[in-house]
Design a protein around this ligand. Structure first.
Ligand code: SF4
Length: 460
């Protein structure tokens, strides 16, 4: 399905749409306040953008350096070209260690690879331990936001879900009570897990270590209670030096939720005593982006979600309407890179207001890239026929002054007399929430000419 009908489904519930819009705007406002507390904010953004651009220009070298350093620390590094290979590698490690229960933390990347259903098909119980991710997992839904996966859920919805799955009191919606119930439920899962899997926020080439940022401390538990830790990452998570980390850590949490820093920034350097650490580094279409002058900068994304929180389309259409692991503005660049045909509608789910580019902590020119995607999709012949023909017609009209004048004349004469039901009906989606302006008697050209004649007449 394309974005528009799924968005239409979401906005059918008007109250929820307003609530979703306001909640995300609240997060965006917190981000603004947090950014303003740092006079050097713009300098930080510029520095981050330059570090990322430099890293991408020497990515192969930094990846090799990271592998060498991580191996020295005792980790095993695996390489996967796509999601399928990634899943096979992870399953292979789990099978070799006879793992039956896996706790997962902070890994939107494994969502991209659809790891959960793959492992469950192989008889492994997977539990997402981030509260938001656990909520959507219990609801058997994908996350609708990369930082706030269950942002489309009100506390009453969570109460109903926990009552059904965790046995909490019927009708309970107190966040403290629900969080406590989730904590107890997850504690059991942590204690009985055979292995822990985490994502990676930043992997450091210089040291071979990596950092995972969470607010719940679940990555620490998942990676240190069981003896086996698997960390999965797309190769763009790399940064060159430890010193670079401070730049990104200061930007990430402020951009995401307006916090000065995430509650836990957990550093991992090799396996825990007597344990094993496996790091899986995955391409999954990223090389194609890296090779593209137009879209390479989208790989700089640190997944803060700020572009989603500010996007007027995302806020009003909900994350699920994008049908992608990464929704919103940046997702509308990344998804067509993976499957342009399936996601051809996403670059058009954008008002081109540029707010996403303004808030992006690594200065990705998001709305410019979305515009480039529109051209690309048109050139690949992936536009719906109705759009192709109407655009051709409009282009023909704009190219011919005579045709343009004639069309304007006819519209001014005819449109005011057309019965309303012919203009505003189910075939005219544009007219559902808009009124046409009043049509003037004369064209701008006529009025300008008259104005000039009057002026000249007065001048005589
Ligand atoms: S594109 Fe920029 S604003 Fe959007 S999630 Fe990535 S880093 Fe954050």
């Amino acid at each position: 399905m394309t974005h528009a009908p799924l968005a239409a489904e979401f906005i059918r519930d008007k109250e929820r749409t307003h609530w979703h819009d306001n909640t995300l705007w609240f997060v965006r406002s917190k981000r603004d306040k947090a950014a303003r507390t740092l006079p050097e904010w713009e300098l930080l953004r510029e520095t981050a953008a330059q570090i990322k651009a430099h890293t991408m220009s020497r990515l192969a070298d930094y990846l090799e350096q990271f592998e060498a350093q991580a191996t020295k620390l005792g980790a095993v590094v695996h390489w996967a070209k796509d999601a399928a290979e990634h899943n096979e590698i992870v399953y292979g490690i789990l099978r070799d260690h006879d793992v039956k229960k896996l706790v997962k933390s902070k890994s939107m990347f494994t969502e991209e690879c659809h790891l959960n259903p793959y492992l469950e098909r192989h008889g492994i119980e997977v539990v997402d331990t981030d509260l938001g991710e656990r909520i959507v997992q219990l609801a058997q839904e994908p996350p609708s936001h990369i930082v706030l996966p269950a942002i489309h859920y009100k506390k009453e919805d969570v109460g109903a879900l926990f009552h059904k799955h965790l046995g909490t009191d019927a009708g309970a919606s107190d966040p403290g009570y629900l969080a406590e119930a989730a904590r107890g439920h997850l504690r059991d899962r942590f204690m009985s897990a055979d292995a822990g899997l985490t994502g990676v926020n930043f992997a450091i080439a210089e040291t071979g270590g990596f950092v995972v940022c969470t607010n719940e401390g679940n990555a620490d538990l998942g990676a240190s209670l069981p003896k086996l830790h698997i960390a999965c990452m797309g190769f763009e998570k790399l940064i060159p030096r430890v010193n670079d980390l401070s730049v990104f850590l200061r930007l990430l949490a402020r951009s995401a939720t307006g916090q000065p820093i995430t509650t836990y920034s957990s550093h991992f350097h090799g396996p825990i005593a007597g344990g094993e650490l496996h790091i899986v580094i995955v391409d999954n279409g990223r090389t194609r982006l890296l090779e593209s002058d137009d879209f390479r900068r989208s790989l700089n994304c640190i997944r803060c979600g700020a572009c989603m929180n500010t996007c007027p389309v995302y806020r009003r259409s909900g994350g699920h309407s994008y049908e992608a692991t990464v929704p919103g503005p940046i997702g509308s660049i990344l998804s067509p890179a993976g499957d342009a045909k399936k996601h051809a509608s996403l670059p058009f789910a954008c008002s081109l207001c540029g707010s996403c580019s303004d808030v992006c902590p690594v200065k990705i020119d998001i709305h410019h890239q979305l515009l480039t995607w529109r051209k690309e999709i048109a050139q690949r012949g992936l536009l719906p026929r109705s759009k192709t023909w109407s655009m051709k017609l409009v282009s023909r009209l704009f190219q011919s002054p005579r045709l343009y004048r004639a069309a304007g004349y006819l519209a001014r004469r005819i449109m005011p007399h057309v019965p309303r039901f012919l203009l505003y009906n189910r075939f005219n989606a544009w007219g559902k929430q808009r009124e046409l302006p009043e049509f003037p008697r004369d064209s701008f050209r006529d009025r300008f000419r008259k104005h000039q004649e009057n002026r000249n007449g007065h001048g005589k």
